[in-house]
Ligand binder design. Structure first.
Ligand SMILES: *[C@@H]1O[C@H](CO)[C@@H](O)[C@H](O)[C@H]1NC(C)=O
Ligand SMILES: *[C@@H]1O[C@H](CO)[C@@H](O)[C@H](O)[C@H]1NC(C)=O
Ligand SMILES: *[C@@H]1O[C@H](CO)[C@@H](O)[C@H](O)[C@H]1NC(C)=O
Ligand SMILES: *[C@@H]1O[C@H](CO)[C@@H](O)[C@H](O)[C@H]1NC(C)=O
Ligand SMILES: *[C@@H]1O[C@H](CO)[C@@H](O)[C@H](O)[C@H]1NC(C)=O
Length: 462
C-alpha cells in the first residue's frame, strides 16, 4: 500500500514539476465564464438558474395522492394550542399508504413540540406545509422532557418530500438571548456552560429526500441539518435569520453523500452552508448567501478525529455582507483529507476573508500545534470576483506546518476593496499550487510544484 502511494507521489511530483515551469506564463483564456450572476444593483435577487440545472419538480399533490389534512385529526391552528398529537396521527396514517400527503393548511399557525417523524413509510410520502408551523416560544415554554437539541426530526425515511408554500417559524429570539450566548450574560459578558439550543429541522439516517419551496426562518440554532443521509435535493428554499443570531447555520450536512442545493436564498448569523466530515458529491448552484459566514467546509478534525470530504462543487453563487466567503477550516491534530473542491463563478460583495483556508481553526485560542492534520489537495478557485471587506486580507491560505496544502488552482480570481484600500497582502503558509491567470491582488506566496515531503500517512483511510 505504502509502495503504491510512493509511486503515486513520484508521478504527481513529476507532473507538478512540469506544471511549475509554466507557472508564470499567464494563460489568458477565452472567456468561457458566464457574465456576472448577480449584478450589484439587484443584490437581493438570486442568481439566474442555469438552463441545465438538474432540477426535479417539487413534490406536488397529484390525483393519486392520498391527503391527510392535520385539521381533520384535531389540529386547531391558532398558534397557541399544542397540535402535536394531530400531526403524529396524520403522519402515522399517511406513512402507511403510497403517495401519502400530510397537509398543513394555509392561513393558520400550528404549534407543535419537538417531534420525531420516523419511517419506514410507503414510498412518495410528502409533508406539505402551506400555513405556518412553529415550536414553543423559547426555553421557558419548551417541555422539560423534550430534547433541546432539535425540534423536527425526520428519521429512517426513503423517498420523502418536505414542501409547501408556507413558513417554518423557529421562534429563535429567546434562545439567542440566553445568557450563555455571546455577550448576552450580565454586563454584556457570556456565561459559561453548555448552551444547547434546538436545531430546527434535522434529517437523520434517511435517503432520497427533497426539500422545496418552504420559507424557513429564525431557528434557535441550525436551520436545516442532514446527518447520515444519502441523496438530498434542496431547491427554491428561503432561509432567514438576523445577522447577529448565534449558530444559526442555514444548511448543514455531515456524513451525507450526493447532495444538490439549488436556487435558494440564505441570510443568517452563521455559515450559509456548512459541510462537515463524511460528505462527498455535493453540488451547490445558484445560491445567494448574506448576511452570513459564507460557505464553509469544516470544521474538520476536531479532537484528533478523522475527516474525509471530497468532490464538492460550488457554482454561480453570490455572497454578500459576510464574515467569510469560501472557507475551508480544519483543527490541528486531525487526519483524513479534503480533495476535489471547485469554487467557480462566485460573485462577492463586501465579504471579509473572501477566500480562506484555515488549518489552525480553534475556538479558544488555546490549541496546540500538532503533527497530524487533515490533508487538503485539489482545490480550485475559478472566476471569483467582487469586493472584500478590508479588515482582513481577501486571500488567506494558512496550511498546516507538517502537511502542506497541494494543488490549489487560482484562475481569474479578482477581488477589490469594498471601501478603502488593501491593508495586508494575501497570506500563505505552506500552500502549493498554481495561478492560471494573474490573481488580483497578486498572490506571490503560493508556492509552485509540490512540497519536498508529505506525510503519507495522512492520505490513508479516505
Ligand atoms: C405536478 O406533477 C405532475 C405529474 O407528476 C407534473 O406534470 C406537473 O408539472 C407537476 N406540477 C408542478 C407545479 O410541479
Ligand atoms: C383541511 O381541513 C380543514 C378542516 O376540515 C378545512 O377547513 C380545510 O379546507 C382543509 N384544507 C384543505 C386544503 O383541504
Ligand atoms: C461528483 O459529484 C457529482 C454530484 O455533485 C456527481 O455527479 C459526480 O459523478 C461526482 N464525481 C465523481 C468523480 O465522483
Ligand atoms: C503554530 O504554527 C504556526 C505556523 O508555523 C505558527 O504561526 C503559530 O504561532 C503556531 N502556534 C502555536 C500555538 O505554537
Ligand atoms: C489538481 O487539481 C485539479 C482539480 O482542481 C485536478 O483536475 C488535477 O488532476 C490535479 N492535479 C494533480 C497533479 O493532482
Amino acid at each position: 500500500m505504502l509502495w503504491i502511494l510512493s509511486v503515486q507521489f513520484l508521478i504527481q511530483n513529476v507532473t507538478n514539476v512540469d506544471g511549475g515551469r509554466h507557472h508564470n506564463r499567464i494563460k489568458k483564456q477565452k472567456s468561457e465564464i458566464s457574465p456576472e450572476l448577480a449584478p450589484a444593483d439587484s443584490p437581493g435577487e438570486p442568481p439566474a438558474v442555469p438552463a441545465d440545472s438538474p432540477l426535479t419538480q417539487p413534490g406536488n399533490i397529484s390525483s393519486t395522492s392520498c391527503i391527510f389534512n392535520v385539521s381533520d385529526y384535531g389540529a386547531i391552528g391558532d398558534g397557541e394550542t399544542d397540535d402535536t398529537e394531530a400531526f403524529k396521527a396524520a403522519w402515522k396514517e399517511a406513512c402507511r399508504v403510497e403517495n401519502g400527503v400530510v397537509l398543513v393548511p394555509s392561513d393558520q399557525v400550528f404549534l407543535i413540540t419537538s417531534t420525531i417523524f420516523s419511517g419506514p413509510c410507503e414510498p412518495g410520502l410528502i409533508l406539505q406545509v402551506d400555513g405556518m408551523l412553529m415550536p414553543p416560544d423559547g426555553p421557558d415554554s419548551w417541555p422539560e422532557s423534550d430534547s433541546t437539541k432539535q425540534w423536527l426530526v425526520f428519521y429512517n425515511l426513503d423517498g420523502f418530500t418536505f414542501t409547501g408554500a408556507g413558513t417554518i417559524e423557529g421562534n429563535g429570539q429567546k434562545w439567542w438571548d440566553l445568557p450563555c450566548k455571546p455577550h448576552k450574560g450580565p454586563n454584556g459578558k457570556t456565561l459559561p456552560g453548555p448552551c444547547y439550543s434546538p436545531a430546527l429541522i434535522r434529517f437523520f439516517m434517511s435517503s432520497n429526500l427533497v426539500v422545496t419551496g418552504l420559507r424557513i426562518q429564525n431557528s434557535p440554532q441550525f436551520h436545516v441539518k442532514f446527518d447520515g443521509c444519502q441523496g438530498v435535493l434542496i431547491d427554491s428554499v428561503s432561509i432567514s435569520s438576523p445577522k447577529l443570531s448565534p449558530n444559526t447555520d442555514g444548511i448543514h450536512i455531515e456524513n451525507t453523500k450526493s447532495v444538490g442545493i439549488y436556487n435558494s436564498v440564505i441570510g443568517n448569523g452563521d455559515d450559509c452552508i456548512s459541510i462537515g466530515p463524511g460528505c462527498s458529491d455535493v453540488e451547490i448552484e445558484a445560491v445567494t448567501c448574506g448576511p452570513s459566514h459564507g460557505i464553509s467546509i469544516g470544521s474538520l478534525g476536531v479532537h484528533n478525529s478523522h475527516a474525509c470530504v471530497s468532490n464538492i462543487s460550488v457554482r454561480n453563487v453570490f455572497i454578500k455582507d459576510s464574515d467569510n466567503g469560501l472557507r475551508i477550516k480544519t483543527w490541528q491534530g486531525g487526519t483524513g483529507s479534503v480533495t476535489g473542491i471547485t469554487f467557480e463563478n462566485i460573485q462577492m460583495e463586501n465579504v471579509r476573508n473572501s477566500v480562506i483556508i484555515d488549518q489552525y481553526y480553534c475556538l479558544t485560542k488555546a490549541c496546540r500545534n500538532e503533527t497530524s492534520a487533515v490533508y487538503l489537495s485539489d482545490v480550485a478557485y475559478r472566476n471569483i470576483k467582487g469586493t472584500y471587506d478590508v479588515r482582513s486580507p481577501p486571500i488567506h491560505f494558512a496550511c498546516s506546518d507538517t502537511i502542506a496544502c497541494t494543488n490549489i488552482t487560482m484562475s481569474e480570481v479578482e477581488l477589490l476593496p469594498y471601501e478603502g484600500v488593501l491593508v495586508d497582502d494575501p497570506f500563505c503558509w505552506n500552500a502549493y499550487g498554481l495561478q492560471e491567470t494573474l490573481t488580483i491582488p497578486p498572490i506571490d506566496c503560493l508556492q509552485e510544484g509540490m512540497p519536498q515531503s508529505l506525510e503519507e500517512s495522512s492520505l490513508l483511510g479516505c
